[in-house]
Design a protein around this ligand. Sequence first.
Ligand code: ATP
Length: 204
Amino acid sequence: MIGLMGGTFNPIHFGHLRPALEVADLLGLEEVRFIPASQPPLRDQPCVSAQERAHMVELAIQSEPRFVLDQRELQRQATSYTVDTLLSLRQELGDEIPLCWMMGMDAYQNFTQWHQWQKILELTHLVVSHRPNYIAENPLLNAYHTKQQSELFDSPAGKLYFVSVTQLDISATMIRDEQKNSRSIRYLLPDAVHNYINEKKLYI
Ligand code: ATP
């Protein structure tokens, strides 16, 4: 089973990395792919280039062998629709292997506004981790919900599973704001990313 973690990663922080690690441990994932969005739908264009955001992901994951950077959305240029990403992953990985698209509660809350969300659930499971300050319901997804972890292994896609992870009240927005206001962002994200942001004078 492979985990997939999409995001803007502007920048990547411990609120992405720790839940991904905990989910990987809990589900016994061999690999978690971090997939930065080039131009995320439903959002403004990120203020830092896709290449720089991808490079920060690379710096952040270098010490965890299960974590891998997947740049397929950056190669596409156009708006990053998750459904297209998954179709491309299925071409590479085949139809049999279970895939788990990981997301926080905020993303889950809006999931049924995503382009072709039903099709997404034909291509992957959703694994939703709790995120501080977000208590979300999405009744349209009730039919997909399972409390049995084993069901994620029984089919390649189509299940919704919730996990409790360590709650880290960190967001990229908060990091960008702190940096802009000349307050330290150290210990909110890996040192290597912190150093890169300061070297390149990002988010100032
Ligand atoms: P921004 O503040 O710019 O909106 P973000 O910190 O929410 O960014 P994204 O790149 O938009 O980060 O998020 C990618 C994924 O990571 C989403 O599924 C989101 O729910 C999840 N995520 C982000 N931060 C956390 C956190 N602190 N705890 C759990 N999940 C998180």
